[in-house]
Design a protein around this ligand. Structure first.
Ligand code: SF4
Ligand code: FES
Length: 253
């Protein structure tokens, strides 16, 4: 069976650095196999640009298997593109048609400044994690997994939250550029486990304070974050974090 190929027109955001103005530039992507991933398609375009001595399009990526959260592209106005529960690196060209015109932009949020072209600085997320997104432990031998019983219902929900890969699509999709879904996933998965209880109050207070400090907007329940989340983190995590936050404020008085 012969491989199906397609010719596309790309409209790509090009921006030299954080301080320069950016603009859309059109490129032809020709002979693209439907079996290529979206990032492989960009690799082909970049090979052509490099061969012509032009600056290749800068875009972020690492694992290319949906686990690192690096591939942050807005494709035709949608964070991570047209498929539900799919990162950009797991999106394949069979989701597009021959002759398509595809617009590719970086995440748009003032807390994620553009570094170059499609690459944004998401270190604000790292700083939120650094203030409390962990469990402090004394070093030593790891205890037996069954020594600390965790109810199955709690471990299931904690694992749902732990799936967050910190990609930032939730921020990019939100009209307020809110980071609530990301922070709620991190606060929620630790707060549901026995190991996370000792620091539960200070964790939510510190992480929310850092989120505000970084300039992310507040949540107005549009649910656009969950709609684009490649790990399908639900709105219930935001509700859980709001409850945790209210209790922590009350107990800190
Ligand atoms: S909550 Fe979802 S969209 Fe937001 S950073 Fe985590 S995985 Fe990405
Ligand atoms: S490149 Fe790692 S999640 Fe896409």
């Amino acid at each position: 069976m012969s491989e199906k190929t397609m010719n596309l027109t790309l409209r790509v955001w090009r921006q030299k650095n954080a301080k320069s103005d950016g603009k859309f530039v059109e490129y032809n992507a020709e002979g693209i196999s439907e079996d290529m991933s979206f990032l492989e398609m960009l690799d082909v375009v970049n090979e052509g640009l490099t061969a012509k001595g032009e600056d290749p399009i800068a875009f972020d990526h690492d694992c290319r298997e949906g686990i690192c959260g690096m591939c942050s592209l807005t494709i035709d106005g949608k964070a991570h593109g047209p498929l539900q529960a799919t990162t950009t690196c797991q999106l394949h060209m069979r989701s597009f048609n021959d002759g398509d015109f595809i617009t590719i932009e970086p995440w748009r949020a003032s807390s994620f400044p553009v570094i170059k072209d499609l690459v944004v600085d998401r270190s604000a997320f790292d700083r939120i994690i650094q203030v409390g997104g962990f469990v402090s432990v004394s070093t030593g031998g790891a205890p037996d997994g069954n020594a600390l019983p965790v109810p199955k219902a709690d471990s299931d929900v904690a694992m749902d939250g732990a799936q967050c890969i910190g990609c930032g699509a939730c921020v990019a999709a939100c009209k307020n550029a809110s980071a609530m879904l990301f922070v709620a996933a991190k606060v929620g998965h630790l707060g549901l486990l026995p190991q996370g209880q000792a620091e539960r109050d200070q964790r939510v207070l510190k992480m929310v304070a850092q989120m505000d400090e970084e300039g992310f907007g507040n949540c107005t329940n549009t649910t656009s974050c969950s709609a684009v989340c490649p790990k399908e983190i639900g709105q219930d995590f935001i509700a859980r974090m709001n409850r945790d936050y209210a209790k922590a404020v009350f107990r800190s008085k």
